[in-house]
Design a protein around this ligand. Sequence first.
Ligand code: GAP
Length: 539
Amino acid sequence: MVEPKEIPLMEKIVSLCKRRGFIFQSSEIYGGINGFWDYGPLGAELKRNVKELWWNTMTRQREDVAGLEATIIMSPEIWKASGHVATFSDPMIDCKTCKGRFRADQTNEIPCPQKPSKLVSECHGEKTAPRAFNLMFQTYVGPVQDDSSIAYLRPETAQAIFAQFKNVLETSRQKVPFGIGQIGKAFRNEVTPRNYTFRSREFEQMELEFFIKPDEVIEAISGSVATVPETGHPGEPQPDWGWQAWHQYWVEERVRFYEGIGLDRSTLGFHRQTPAELAHYARACVDILFKFPFSKRDEQGNVAGDELEGIAARSDFDLSQHARFSGKPMGVFDDELRGAWGKLPKEKQDDLWKRYYDNRKNYLTKSGVEAEPASKQATEDANGLAKGQYIPHVIEPSAGVDRLILALIANAYSEVVKTDDKGKSETTFVMKFHPRVAPIKVGVMPLLKNKPELVAKAIAVRDLLRPWMNVYYDDGGSIGKRYARQDEAGTPFCVTIDFDTLGEKPELLDTVTLRHRDDGRQDRLKISELRDWLLERVR
Ligand code: GAP
């Protein structure tokens, strides 16, 4: 007998996402467009919940973070200052045999032309030499299409935060250390989009730029910079934290966020970038990885995972670049620093002055400024310390919404095989989303559709809950089928209105059956307690 072929997990997930309306191929009726994806009714809700939770956790619930919503198209000068015009490129090669175009570092597996979610081996035809391919999508602003009207769709949301740093600082009454968060679309003309939505050409980011005092400033004010262990949460922010403590803090805060929406630590991985991998201005970068079904296994079967989010310590590079390119000062004035500086012994002042000078000069020369003007500028910057001035450094937790959605979907996916009395097996699917991200929070169902009293009561319960959460009313088919539909949508709770609700057993009047998705358990709950019971679990 021929065994049925095992369908790879990723294919099953892609198929469920389409069948249940989580993710569709963009422009599908025209054959699709590679690297672009749409979110269907359930996907749209899931995405909205994730962004809402990020925004709440990272901005509203914190005293020290403000929000921003900037435009996608900005002055092209921003992308010159950030380095994207000059260096945001991938090495690209062409195959002379199959005419395919690939990233030079990813030629052994490419997305299948018929089924982009599947990877296939590439042909062994002769390749051209690699050449740099800028990933920014280019457009023109206004009616004239020439070099003077070129603009770009932003490849990251971060740069708008740097460009608006001064405006936010002045209007939000924040003081360093503080952060600016933004959620929004980003666009990259990836050479080979791959792994379903993992590497797309249009995607969303959730980015925080958290501005901190340089270590020299902390030392001037607090006497020394706190040392923290390299792993574990360093606790509540302290005035003597330098960049290492803040970096470690944000890595751990972000892991807590993922744990809080159902991604257990065991599903995550970590990659601390090596000095060779780090951008020249970065001091450290830790990538938080998720173990996707397509993530590579080593010979022992261990999976490291693929990047969900990068948390980078970016020094004062970005603000410094915008200060140089725009000619507008990006530094801050700190009264506490000015006061503390005057009380420092001369040797300490000299030591801090020299270290700040060296860092500034290093940045300037690496950015292409000639030695003499770099020394002059660095001297001016270091002299500024005594007057309470400095350019803030930044820690950047930068997460991709779409990658997180894919991680949540892969994590939630589970199959249940049920065998009936006659030995016939059936596989059903349960999406075990954490209630906080689940697209539908509760399914409300009358036991029978043709009993007007049950239907009226069920509609009343639906309307009671609707202002507070996403409710799905369903009266079609057997109750078992309706539960199964909600299991596939990932709805954590279902509420059934039955004859006991109407008082058939008087002691159960105005109670409902509450069914739990993950174990099928059923409880009885009073309608008057339902809203608060659910809110406690879904928020
Ligand atoms: N501002 C820093 C920055 O943009 P990045 O590592 O290039 O850093 C941050 O991007 C996050 O954005 C990644 O960790 C990933 O989650 C997401 N991302 C980047 N490129 C992506 C793509 N082509 N498709 C989907 N998500 C992407």
